[in-house]
Design a protein around this ligand. Structure first.
Ligand code: NAD
Ligand code: MG
Length: 386
């Protein structure tokens, strides 16, 4: 009989949250849900908390707390609101916490989960990009286990098992190239939010879909990989692979390359993290390579998509610079989605903010949050003057 484990899902109403709960729904006997959280959708959150008999439901937007309370009345499920309550719920110490909030908003609750020393299955790449060593040091200090859920990093994690990272020649992150990979610069200048969020292979939240279109997603992932895996930045490469079947690769010094393949379905890497070091069933379609026919690869184009260059430079600079890059990107993506700036301005705005603000390296969570908030402020100012 499998032992029942406790689970918290930060960002339960999102795309990764839904994929996680879909797997848990098929294995109800194996899990007891502690906390589920959401930003503002109180009705969906209450429905999920009820379905999974959560101990507590937390809504980040405090204005929605009365709605959540009303929806959970009589169920015995606790209802909390506000950012501090997110961290409080994460600190209840579930055996496994799936960190699936989008953006740096997920950093404090993810750190609270890490401080409890359990397993943290990390989808929320912006949190690791912003906090960097502050997060990885906390993982070590509190004896937590950080398991990557991002498909590329989950692939790399699997390809590194049983091998000494000292023998790694290259880690190659694959990128779909996003919906605009074959678009000209002129076409990119006119790209709309609706076009950007329509990803060819993956069904994801709006922010990561835009990041995928600009290639900031791969840039953030480069920084994420740098913190997760003990190899130098000079060993991390990016290759465009439009089919999104090879999720990433590790090449060793003897010429062996290990890759992880699978369908473009986040339930595969999520299941890998939920079951690790075991394996669990998923309802995902088996890989049919004969039907796919061809897997193709090409180099990224940093002229049209400067994001990966900006991210590599930020990773090289280290300290608080990746947090500035992330914050500037979050503000620019929100402005693009709101129709305030064009698609190609996103990278240009991030570049402006990086040139305007070089904070001292953050040493603590509160330092990182201060850098994040100052960078957002600068990003908004530079948007107005641009
Ligand atoms: P999403 O927009 O679908 O969901 C985000 C979740 O976070 C929702 O539950 C939302 O309510 C919550 N949230 C949003 N803003 C918040 C705030 N300010 N405070 C508290 N909660 C907030 O996003 P997603 O696509 O599920 O992505 C989640 C994270 O996983 C992102 O960091 C993304 O980069 C990463 N990721 C996603 C995918 C994917 O396939 N969707 C793949 C790899 C990595
Ligand atoms: Mg990814």
């Amino acid at each position: 009989m499998t032992q029942v484990r406790t689970l918290t899902v930060l960002g339960a109403t999102g795309s990764v949250g839904a994929s996680t709960l879909d797997l848990v729904r098929r294995q109800r006997e194996a899990w007891r849900v502690v906390a589920l959280t959401a930003h503002s959708n109180a009705i969906d959150l209450a429905r999920l908390a009820h379905e999974f008999s959560a101990e507590v439901a937390v809504i980040a937007d405090e204005a929605r707390l009365p709605e959540l309370r009303e929806a959970l009345a009589g169920t015995g499920i606790e209802a909390l609101g506000g950012p501090a309550a997110l961290a409080e719920a994460a600190a209840r110490g579930a055996d496994v916490t799936v960190a699936a909030i989008v953006g740096c908003a997920g950093l404090a609750p993810t750190m609270a989960a890490i401080e409890q020393g359990g397993v943290v299955a990390l989808a929320n790449k912006e949190a690791l990009v912003s906090a960097g060593e502050v997060m990885t040091a906390a993982v070590v200090r509190h004896g937590a286990t950080l398991l990557p859920v991002d498909s590329e990093h989950n692939a790399i994690f699997q390809c590194l098992q049983g091998n000494d990272p000292a023998h790694v020649r290259w880690i190659t992150l694959t990128a779909s190239g996003g919906p605009f990979r074959d678009w000209s610069w002129d076409q990119l200048c006119a790209a709309t939010p609706a076009q950007a969020i329509k990803h060819p292979n993956w069904d994801m939240g709006a922010k990561i879909s835009v990041d995928s279109a600009t290639m900031f997603n791969k840039g953030l992932e480069l920084i994420e990989a740098h913190h997760l895996f003990p190899v130098g930045l000079d060993k991390l490469r990016i290759i465009v692979h439009p089919q999104s079947i090879v999720h990433s690769m590790v090449e060793y010094r003897d010429g062996s390359t290990l890759a992880q393949l699978g369908p473009s379905d986040m339930r595969v890497p999520i299941a890998s993290a939920l079951a690790w070091p075991q394996r669990m069933d998923t309802p995902c379609e088996p890989l049919d390579l004969a039907a796919i026919g061809e897997l193709t690869f090409r180099l990224p184009d940093e002229e049209r998509f400067p994001a990966t260059r900006l991210a590599r430079e930020a990773a090289q600079a280290g300290g608080g610079i990746p947090a500035v890059l992330n914050a500037a990107n979050e503000i620019a993506v929100a402005a693009f989605l709101a129709g305030q700036i064009s698609f190609t301005r996103i990278a240009a705005q991030v570049d402006l903010v990086l040139n305007a603000y070089a904070p001292a390296p953050p040493a603590s969570l509160s330092d990182v949050l201060a850098v994040d908030s100052e960078a957002r402020e600068r990003a908004r100012e530079l948007m107005e003057t641009a």
